[in-house]
Design a protein around this ligand. Sequence first.
Ligand SMILES: Nc1ncnc2c1ncn2[C@@H]1O[C@H](COP(=O)(O)OP(=O)(O)O)[C@@H](O)[C@H]1O
Ligand SMILES: [Mg+2]
Length: 343
Amino acid sequence: MPHITLTDVSKTYPPQKRRGAPVTAVDAVSLEIQRGEIFGVIGYSGAGKSTLVRLVNGLEPVTSGSIEIDGVDVTRLSPAKLRDVRQKIGMIFQRFNLLRSRTISQNVAYPLEVAGLPRAARKARVAELLEFVGLSDKADAYPEQLSGGQQQRVGIARALAAHPEILLADEATSALDPETTDEVLDLLARVNRELGVTIIVITHEMDVIARIAGRVAVMEKGRVVEQGDTYDVFTDPQTATTRRFVRTVVRALPDGDALAALRAQHEGRLLTISFRDDGVNEARVFGALARAGVDFNLVHGGIDDIQGRVYGLLTIAVRGEESAVRAALDGIGTSVTVTEVDA
Ligand SMILES: Nc1ncnc2c1ncn2[C@@H]1O[C@H](COP(=O)(O)OP(=O)(O)O)[C@@H](O)[C@H]1O
Ligand SMILES: [Mg+2]
């Protein structure tokens, strides 16, 4: 049984202004999230990601559809039962949402106080959590004395306080610089691996997905327009939106100034050859082209790493026909594609 199942979930907000139109923030979304996986949800601002998260943790009611956690439909629970379910769900935020007037240990203890845990048990649990996130030495500091990355690690400790089985991370690294982002993503990966927590990572940054999520759903205007294994979605995107996201992280594709420079320097066509990790590699591609007598130069490209798997993208300048390139590569692997570099 999936850990979390969304079936045809929609959320429509009433008009904000008089004579305004209602907004369908989440539109017929169906997803299955397995226990123990890291599932990514990516989309531009306004796609409905945060609304989706608020529906999953029961902060807002759905307009229609069902959300099952461990097979229990949480959209139809009494408030008391819903509170029990929400105990199983931790949440972290873009702005960390720490209480400024409380120390780090008091922040982490907060949900335990609310849950009525006795003082001694609270203390022990807080010490354990700070140890886990590597901030034992900051127990008596205040949030403003910590870096952004450290504050988010406190946010993670607090979210884990009540032993949740699910962690929802809504743009948890969007306020952080790249190095600090890595540090927080590494910690989330550890939470998943060592504690077995199912994590939903919401982001508008594709590199976050590439680094941490085994599977991903792409949202646009409230809908899931594409979902699958992260590697498959990256190497064979099905929608224009996904392709745009992929381009932001696939470094081996020429873009902008690099593309203009290539066009200025090379006559003939620019073609990008891509391949997946199914036995094809650079040497086989070059060998096949050479054997077929294709006159080409490698002008850009290399290998990207997505979820630890290889994705090759080689841009060549060719004199002659695109069909000759296709013919030369035909048969070396089913994952090989040849595309004309966008005008
Ligand atoms: N509480 C609300 N009331 C009315 N409209 C909302 C509310 N929350 C979100 N929306 C609208 O729903 C859409 C999706 O928003 P949101 O879920 O925040 O997207 P994302 O997190 O992907 O940026 C937006 O058009 C937003 O304006
Ligand atoms: Mg959001």
